[in-house]
Design a protein around this ligand. Structure first.
Ligand SMILES: [Zn+2]
Length: 434
């Protein structure tokens, strides 16, 4: 989750007064803990906060007064009486921050401008310019400005931007090492977009932003251990273990699509052979459909007006086309082998499958579940389900990342000076959001 600016040497400003810093740190943590209670739009009284944060009432009052004075929180009227006096409720002031989310999809670039609670104020889309990341950044800049104009805002209101990209993203620099389906190589997304937009920019892989959105508002809401699995042109995963996104050393963790499962296997986009994604990605599904059509087997897919894609196969399967059903089942079974690896390694509570075909037909998921159960050692309780957040999931996750990683209102920690604790440890489990 790289950010663009303020990447200077933190130790250069490292303070020496440990006691003073310790106090600053504690204040920052307390403040962050209080704010985090409000993130989902809740209205809470000072007593509620005190109870839920295990902080004394005077401490809570000092923090709340300061947040209200800054305009981050606002009063929301009196709460119901529980037998005693009615208490004054507080909530996040929606206009205290504006966030931008950007998703560079394989075909479409999506932009959202949101309020401080992550609620969408305006949205724009355009075709992604593949092979030309500079042009894609410029497209994003234009869309962001258009969306801001629609929301009667401008860049001066924006706190931070979060970016989702289907490729390997270096967590320290925000550089995209490679995005094969976009044709991008070693491209400094974070730096370029920050220069164009003039705000901090945080960049992550699409599976990572999707996992964050799923954890915040999807089927994995609140789960401590789950794996989010993308099936599109490629296959990738992001594990959340103990409430932490597993990024790996550089941010490249989760590339299960490039684990070898066949020998010698078909040539993969990565240049190697026999990778998991050559057996079950959307490209693999479309390839098998073409083979079925060429073989002359009776299937509605033969009458497609354009080159057949995975979504067509999935839809045909759900309409009762047996050739399509077999293709989807076989692809699901092939992916099930990969999922069995995830189950054995992570022992998750849930595996959430997302991507263009998620939710369309049952054959893919049934094949997946059966094969995962067959090859994993022990799977009781590990639910395998489709994501239900749709194609906006990456955008929602990008916004969420910007909210959680950005300014002093939310990611308070970085405002105190001891915070090598930091930022790159993306923790958002309840009660440990540091
Ligand atoms: Zn590969």
């Amino acid at each position: 989750m790289a950010k663009s600016r303020s990447n200077g040497n933190r130790n250069a400003n490292k303070p020496t007064d440990a006691k003073l810093l310790g106090n600053a740190y504690i204040r920052a943590v307390n403040r962050a803990t209080v704010l985090d209670l409000f993130r989902n739009g809740k209205q809470l009284s000072r007593s509620d906060i005190s109870r839920q944060c295990d902080l004394t009432k005077p401490t809570v009052s000092a923090i709340v007064d300061s947040l209200v004075a800054e305009g981050v929180l606002k009063e929301a009227g009196m709460g119901p009486s529980d037998g005693g006096r009615r208490a004054l409720l507080l909530e996040i002031n929606p206009i205290s921050s504006t966030f931008v989310g950007i998703h560079f999809g394989e075909d479409t670039t999506q932009i959202a401008v949101t309020d401080a609670l992550g609620r969408t104020l305006a949205k724009k889309t355009a075709d992604t310019v593949s092979e030309n990341p500079d042009a894609s950044m410029e497209t994003a800049r234009v869309l962001v400005n258009d969306a801001l104009r629609d929301a009667n805002l401008d860049m001066s209101h924006v706190t931070a931007a979060g970016v989702s990209v289907p490729g390997l993203v270096d967590r320290q620099t925000g550089n995209c090492k490679i995005a094969p389906n976009l044709g991008w190589h070693d491209y400094p997304i974070s730096e370029r977009l920050a220069a164009l937009l003039g705000v901090d920019v945080y960049v992550a892989n699409t599976t990572q932003t999707a996992a964050l959105a799923e954890h915040q508002m999807g089927v994995a809401r609140g789960l401590q251990n789950f794996v989010w699995l993308y099936v599109g042109s490629g296959v990738g995963s992001c594990a959340v273990i103990g409430g932490r996104i597993q990024l790996g050393t550089r941010g490249f963790a989760g590339e299960i699509g490039h684990c070898k499962v066949e020998t010698p296997g078909l040539l993969c986009g990565c240049g190697k052979r026999g990778c998991l994604e050559t057996t079950c990605s959307n490209l693999a599904i479309a390839r098998e459909a073409r083979k079925a059509i060429e073989s002359g087997r009776p299937t509605a897919l033969a009458f497609a007006r354009k080159p057949v894609c995975a979504k067509d196969v999935s839809l045909a399967a759900s309409e009762g086309d047996m050739v399509a059903q077999k293709i989807m089942t076989d692809a699901g079974r092939a992916l099930g082998l990969g999922v069995s690896l995830l189950l054995n390694i992570y022992d998750p509570q849930m595996v959430v499958v997302g991507g263009p075909v998620a939710g369309t037909d049952d054959f893919f998921l049934d094949g997946l579940k059966k094969q995962a159960a067959k090859y994993s050692l022990e799977t009781p309780g590990a639910k395998i389900v489709f994501s239900n957040l749709g194609s906006d999931i990456y955008l929602k996750g990008a916004v969420q990342m910007a909210m959680e990683k950005s300014n002093a209102s939310y990611r308070i920690i970085k405002s105190a000076k001891t915070m090598e604790v930091e930022e790159d440890e993306w923790v958002y489990a309840k009660g440990s959001r540091l």
